[in-house]
Design a protein around this ligand. Structure first.
Ligand code: G3I
Length: 366
């Protein structure tokens, strides 16, 4: 661990730091002892309960078909206190034809969440992907009306059931310009983001409203663009409550600037959340890679706990068998905290230990 020179520990501090490190190490050992492979979730040691005790949530995403997999749901219900539907609240499912709404798949996931005492992250209202073709072809005035109708209907349908909405997903190119292949930006200009946020606020005044993206976890051109956008929205009084950092990482490559980046966003007066965490490994995953992955996961947990307005962490998918990674990145996988038999991996034990050793930083939210 490197300290910036302005925060070098003084001798008294060093003793206290050594003491708290010893306590943390002992707690981590205790958690590790409680969590041998295959026995995760012993009383009080699930990720959801450990996270809740620290004032954050730990969540996962799942798809409707996953609800038929008892190995998967056993882990999901035990370990996660927040649920994101992987596809079921996206536009192609919820409004496949103009004004023709289908909330049945999303409702099924919402019922599962409710039955298991989990909260819901709504994902997502406005996104260029998984968007029916009829939306793409609309002229600007009709597209604006369609966007408002969609947000009003969907956020209205789930009013009171959703903790937070990813209102706009993946708005930016890697260089920080607005996404080129985005029909909303192409037709409506930069203002579509504010329009979407205002419409969502009117539809569900109590849901937290987020902008969500990938490759914005570290300090870079894309996160600079998100930062400028959030700053500008705040200065105009546009309702924006949080920024979601997807965090689709490659093992060993979690950006060193993650904490500084989250902190600059919270300084703008918004919450931050890790919304789609996974950490892919080139297959076959050996024990060294799994150990590095454990460090990555624990590092993300420690970073969230160190940033007071980091409200929680969501892993994308539940276990390696249902992960999207192998299908999208051939040769890569093993990206979650649960192995092919839904048994906890070193990343699970390390995340649980980091939660157990961390300091409480917010009022309980789960
Ligand atoms: O619905 C069709 C089905 O009719 C067809 O038979 C089947 C054949 O392949 O495809 C089905 O669609 C798939 C869809 O998931 C629903 O299962 C798509 O092919 C598949 O590409 C799609 O993948 C989803 C992906 O978003 C699409 O962008 C993943 O499940 C989902 O996990 C993933 O999630 C995204 C987040 O929303 C945003 N951030 C990145 C993240 C990972 O890509």
């Amino acid at each position: 661990m490197q300290f910036p020179t302005s925060r070098l520990p003084r001798p008294g501090r060093a003793r206290r730091a050594a003491r708290s490190l010893a306590v943390a190490a002992a707690t981590a050992l205790a958690v590790t002892a409680l969590l041998p492979t295959g026995q995760a979730g012993a009383a009080g040691t699930s990720l959801r309960s450990l996270a809740q005790a620290r004032g954050i949530y730990f969540g996962a995403s799942l798809a409707q078909s996953d609800l038929n997999n008892p190995s998967l749901t056993a882990v999901a219900g035990r370990e996660f206190g927040m649920l994101t539907p992987a596809n079921e609240m996206k536009w192609d499912t919820t409004e496949p034809g103009p004004g023709s709404f289908n909330f049945a798949p999303g409702d099924r996931i919402a019922s599962y969440a409710k039955a298991n005492g989990m909260r819901l992250r709504g994902h997502t209202l406005v996104w260029h992907n998984q968007l029916p073709s009829w939306v793409r072809g609309l002229p600007a005035d009709q597209l604006r009306a369609a966007m408002r109708r969609h947000i009003t209907a969907e956020a209205g349908h789930y009013k009171g059931q959703v903790y937070a909405w990813d209102v706009v997903n993946e708005a930016f190119n890697e260089d920080g310009s607005f996404r080129t292949d985005d029909p909303f930006h192409n037709a409506l200009g930069d203002g579509y983001v504010a329009d979407a946020l205002r419409t969502a606020r009117a539809a569900d005044p109590n849901a937290k409203l987020y902008l969500n993206d990938y490759n914005i976890e570290g300090l870079n051109a894309k996160s600079d663009a998100m930062y400028r956008l959030v700053k500008s929205l705040k200065s105009q009084g546009v309702p924006i409550d949080g920024v979601g950092f997807q965090a689709h990482f490659v093992v060993g490559q979690v950006p060193a600037s993650l904490k500084a980046n989250l902190q600059r966003f919270t300084a703008l007066g918004v919450d931050v959340a890790v919304t789609e965490l996974d950490d892919r490994i080139q297959l076959p995953a050996n024990s060294a890679a799994l150990a590095r992955q454990a460090d990555d996961y624990a590092g993300v947990v420690r970073t969230c706990l160190a940033v007071p307005r980091c409200v929680g962490i969501t892993q994308w998918d539940v276990g390696d068998p249902d992960s999207w990674i192998p299908g999208t990145f051939p040769g890569y996988g093993a990206a979650t905290m649960f192995d092919n038999g839904y048994r906890p991996k070193p990343a699970y034990t390390a995340s649980a230990a980091a939660l157990a050793a961390g300091a409480h930083h917010l009022a309980p939210t789960d």
